[in-house]
Design a protein. Structure first.
Length: 182
């Protein structure tokens, strides 16, 4: 849910002024508070992180995989700051001590009850226009993975019984049927 800004728009300074432990994202000057994730969210996050990080390591790749809270400054302004659940960045020039400046190559968001609209609509548009190459929305309530490949302008939907191919890596397949959510 977006908060109403004091003077029409929030900035990154407002994010940094939040009390310790309180997290928010900033999209086009609108602040979106982030609730603590639930257990299923974290199980999926750990599963995906391990699969992607192991793949990159086995291939001797140079891409970096980061998990939230990890700062991504999408645009060269002070009105956009997000913390994707998973960010894969292949251009090391975008990385610094504060996080990633510019669009990651691949972003994965795991839907929580409070993030559904933001993940499916607001972030979809923002990530596409910022230059993200691939965006996955993993929805535990619907047992669904929606894959947006912005390079080829393809969209595909999968279930948690499927193996999902990562577009930015030709041979990475993530078998969601091996995900144990018990």
């Amino acid at each position: 849910m977006a908060l109403t800004p004091k003077n029409n728009e929030y900035t990154i300074d407002d994010i940094y002024a939040l009390p310790d432990g309180q997290r928010a994202e900033l999209i086009d000057g609108q602040m979106y508070m982030i609730a603590p994730p639930g257990r299923r969210h974290q199980l999926i996050l750990g599963f995906l992180y391990r699969k992607i990080a192991d793949y990159i390591e086995q291939k001797g790749g140079s891409c970096e995989v980061d998990i939230a809270p990890f700062a991504v400054f999408l645009n060269a302004d002070d009105k956009n700051y997000v913390e994707p659940d998973i960010s894969v960045i292949c251009d090391s020039k975008k990385l610094n001590d504060k996080g990633c400046t510019g669009a990651p190559d691949w972003i994965i968001e795991i839907v929580s009850p409070g993030s559904r609209r933001t993940d499916y609509f607001t972030k979809l548009f923002k990530y596409r226009t910022a230059g993200v190459l691939e965006y996955w929305i993993v929805d535990p309530d619907k047992n669904r993975v929606t894959v947006y490949n912005f390079q080829s302008e393809d969209t595909a939907e999968f279930t948690f019984a499927d193996s999902v191919k990562a577009g930015i890596y030709g041979d990475l397949q993530i078998d969601f049927s091996s995900l144990n959510l018990l």
